[in-house]
Design a protein around this ligand. Sequence first.
Ligand code: CA
Length: 364
Amino acid sequence: MKRRDFLGAAGAGLVLTGCGQEQAAPVTATTRAQQTFEWKMVTTWPKNFPGLGTGASNVARLITEMSGGRIKVTLYGAGELVPPFEVFDTVAGGTAQLGHGAAYYWKGKSKAAQFFAAVPFGMNAQEMNAWLYYGGGMELWTETYAPFGVLPAAAGNSGVQMGGWFNREINSVDDLNGLKMRIPGLGGEVLERAGGLPVSMPGSEIFTSMQTGVIDATEWVGPYNDLAFGLYKVAKHYYYPGWHEPGTTLECLINRDAYDSLPADLQSIVTNACRVVNGDMLAEYTARNNTALRALVEEHNVDVRPFPDEVIAKLRELSEQVVAEVADQDALSARVYKSYLEFRQQVVDWHDISERAYLNLRAG
Ligand code: CA
């Protein structure tokens, strides 16, 4: 016999399940262990997007599995409960307890947010994780979202992305002039300064926008995602590398009140499910991008080429300006910028003689 008492904690999604609770009992370790929570998760991507959507569903599945069903997470893909760019507000307001997205989508909330997704010419996946977990990054990210009642967790990484798909060749900086390109975050601001017209739109709108000429170019993620989207059908030239997204961190947004209402073991499960997916997604991307790149080149005859040195040099120069100017926006952004930059310099020094030296050596 089961009876459910709704405790009126809608934002916390709290449901107490138990037997024989006709009389009020004090909350003990036993009753806490009987508490179950029904949580909603909203995402900025459709459910089955390779890597991104499946990463979100892995977070939901792992929390449910690891908690033995004490937290049951129901996943809503982009547009199912709310539109993709309303995910942050939905979690902040408590309509959903969890969200999955990328921090650069929320630069309208806080300029500092952008440092926790991707910085042009910034840190790669390995370096981002080092900064977040061991270099003070998580503490700053937590502080950035605190005014909104949202707790962040790193929950996925794409690795180095591709530069994007272009319907014309980019042979000089002048070719960026007037280029309408879907490119989010700081990369978009850099393109704008180079004379381009950056457009922000969710992934689901990219294909049609390219097809109908609303945009001339788009970046999305890398071969794994871009093949699935069929972007080779709407643009000829596929440029590398993703100077604007050198290792984009995906995030899990957690409603603070909902998190605080959990017993400590369930809090640990939520946090660590995100941590598992954070590492797992990078492994998935690293494996799947290889085979997808081969398919793009061999089956679809895609023209894969590097950006010209002149273009990269200009974008690097503009990136330094744009990123430094974010730091001037407010005191928090200044502190995040300082922490990010100091860590990047340290890790560059180390990786110059470790990862980079090895990759160069291996290339022969
Ligand atoms: Ca991207």
